[in-house]
Ligand binder design. Structure first.
Ligand code: MV4
Length: 585
């Protein structure tokens, strides 16, 4: 068995992995950025190593720093969690070359599934159909038009080398084809470094149903059951559940068998997920996620299996000792993601800060996988998932009611959270009746009246610490020691210079009252396209520029008609929420 596992991640997933390692008697090594030096995953691990840096790129994605921590700690395996290095084959190969086990699939499987054209082809070769479409990169928008005319509109343009929702454009007719292809290629290039896109029929009311698989290095591949992740907004999942409601068992069996075929076709081992779109009783292969997923606890609660434990055993070379027919599924599980985001008005804007209070739910059938405790700070630099609340009950209605009860017990102060939005979703009759699809939150659910007020807001300055180098002598030997000291103890901090435009306080973008001529952005991001010039006439609602934020392209629209008198940004500019980009008079 593995002896010491380094967890190359942070937050709730690092905590999740540490817990199972402890139960299995495996040593745990945490790594941390400067901002995470007191984080929960660091507190729980047996030992911890500083990576330095603040942003993910400087810390959790710093290969050299992580390799050094592996070396120092003597870890014999690395668990990558999700995100970060979980699907990075260079990293997997680099550690494997050092004799360290990567707790994940073979790199070749990550490669085949990492690119949607090759994964589509691999699935097709295994006899599993994707959405009807073309498995070649598009050369021009004429091909988009030709496909739409042949198969019917709407159609979807997708990034071949993409993932998640990034780079997908829906095209409703021939006149939208050129602009959609251009935008899809631009997004694909900026996110994935390659601009190849392909085309598929667009399903208008699908459910997102994914199948969990588990495969070992001895040729055993099992499917464990599905999760319905249809309840999402802008490709961020909000609620996941298993089993999927109104999902016939023969479809489940067929989808399970299809997932096993896809996974075998790429020589997979480890835990994995095969995603499908499900509409009108038919399912279509979408992509395969070659990692442990955020929502894996849903499957753990219905099967009673610890997926992290099985990842560890499989990585150590053990064979899965049970067969497909021995996998049992009981009752119903649901997961709600609790993010530090303000769902007011349905906007879900990031709300980083210190959790001044965190009352955790408990009682029958409740599991909370949190990455934070009261007093911890959610940084703007990382994913803002605070915790996953997962419940189990005998049936769907029992799980729904239990989730509402547990959400009510969960009290977080200091930051805004998605809990109020989850409560609205779970109380809605469409959710209770399970008539929702992937389009439901964005198209039907109305969160415009939701207003969240953060209670117990933290004083940002209080407790702020700064890094200072101090020379110390220990037993006569000289050491340079770094100390994190309260800001107040090290004298005045000189404000960093730079002529910054004064920013309006609390510039949330939406201006109350009459439509403003100052077009502002709602959130922090990068301007990728400017569509107007000084002197242009614009109409109310017309798009003036495109903002890339939260992994998506967002149209920034004029609020009133008039003439453009100022354009304050150009492509590539970084902007903050509330910044004025264009002035219309
Ligand atoms: C689709 C689709 C409809 N038709 N493909 C979005 C993310 C990416 N993984 C695939 N996605 C979709 N592909 C065709 N041909 C609808 C979606 C989709 C979606 C899929 C899964 C979960 C949520 C979604 C939300 C919107 C659109």
């Amino acid at each position: 068995m593995l002896k010491k596992v380094l967890i190359a991640n942070r937050g709730e997933i690092a905590v999740r992995v540490i817990r199972t390692c402890k139960e299995m008697g495996i040593g745990t090594v945490a790594v941390y950025s400067e901002l995470d030096r007191d984080a929960l995953h660091v507190r729980l691990a047996d030992e911890a190593y500083a990576l330095g840096g603040q942003t993910a790129a400087e810390s959790y994605l710093n290969t050299d720093a992580i390799l050094a921590a592996i070396e120092e700690s003597g870890a014999d395996a690395v668990h990558p969690g999700y995100g970060f290095f979980s699907e990075n084959t260079d990293f997997a190969r680099a550690i494997t070359a050092r004799g360290v086990t990567f707790i994940g699939p073979p790199p070749e499987a990550i490669e085949v599934m990492g690119d949607k054209i090759s994964s589509r082809l691999a699935a097709e070769a295994a006899g599993v159909q994707g959405v009807p479409g073309r498995s070649q990169p598009l050369e021009s928008s004429d091909e988009v038009v030709a496909f739409g005319e042949e198969f019917g509109w709407p159609i979807a343009i997708k990034a071949a080398y993409g993932g998640g929702g990034r780079g997908m454009k829906v095209v409703h007719g021939p006149d939208e084809a050129a602009e959609a292809l251009e935008s899809a290629q631009r997004e694909a290039l900026s996110y994935f470094g390659r601009d190849e896109c392909y085309v598929e029929r667009y399903l208008t009311w699908p459910r997102h149903i994914e199948m969990q698989i588990l495969a070992d290095t001895h040729g055993n591949t099992l499917w464990l059951g599905e999760r319905d992740c249809s309840c999402q907004r802008r490709h961020q999942k909000l609620v996941e559940e298993s089993p999927a409601a109104d999902f016939p068992d023969e479809v489940r069996q067929a989808m399970g068998a299809a997932a096993v075929k896809v996974s075998e076709a790429c020589g997979y081992y480890n835990a994995g997920t095969v995603e499908f779109l499900y509409q009108d009783g038919e399912f279509f292969f979408l992509e395969m996620n070659t990692r442990l997923q955020v929502e894996h606890p849903v499957t753990e609660l219905v099967t009673g299996l610890d997926l992290v434990a099985w990842q560890l055993r499989i990585a150590a070379g053990e064979a899965i000792p049970f067969s497909q027919s021995e996998v049992q599924r009981n009752g119903h599980a649901m997961e709600v993601r609790i993010n530090a985001e303000d769902p007011s008005g349905g906007r879900f804007t990031p709300s980083p800060g210190t959790l001044t209070r965190f009352a955790q739910p408990s009682g029958p059938g409740v599991r909370l996988d949190a990455g934070y405790e009261a007093g911890d700070t959610v940084s703007q630099y990382y994913d803002n998932l605070i915790a996953k609340l997962v419940v189990w009950a005998e049936d769907r209605e029992g799980a729904r009611r239990r989730m509402l009860r547990a959400l009510e017990e969960t009290i977080i102060e200091g930051v805004a959270t998605t809990i109020p939005a989850a409560e609205i979703i779970l109380s809605h009759e469409d959710f209770a009746d399970a008539t929702h699809s992937t389009k439901w939150v964005e198209d039907t659910l109305d969160l415009s009246g939701l207003q969240v007020n953060v209670v117990g807001g933290s004083d940002e300055e209080e407790g702020a610490k700064v890094l200072r180098s101090v020379t110390a002598e220990v037993g006569g030997r000289r050491y340079d020691v770094k100390l994190w000291l309260p800001e107040s103890s090290v004298g005045t901090v000189v404000a960093s210079g730079g002529a910054k435009t004064p920013k309006r306080k609390g510039g949330g973008g939406s201006v109350a009252g009459a439509a403003s001529g100052s077009v502002t952005v709602q959130m922090q991001g990068t301007i990728v396209k400017v569509m107007v010039e000084v002197g242009d006439e614009v109409e109310a609602g017309q798009t003036v520029c495109v903002l890339e934020a939260m992994k998506m392209e967002n149209a920034v629209n004029a609020q009133k008609a008039g003439t453009v008198t100022e354009v304050r940004v150009s492509p590539g500019d970084a902007v903050s929420g509330g910044d004025v980009v264009v002035v219309v008079e």
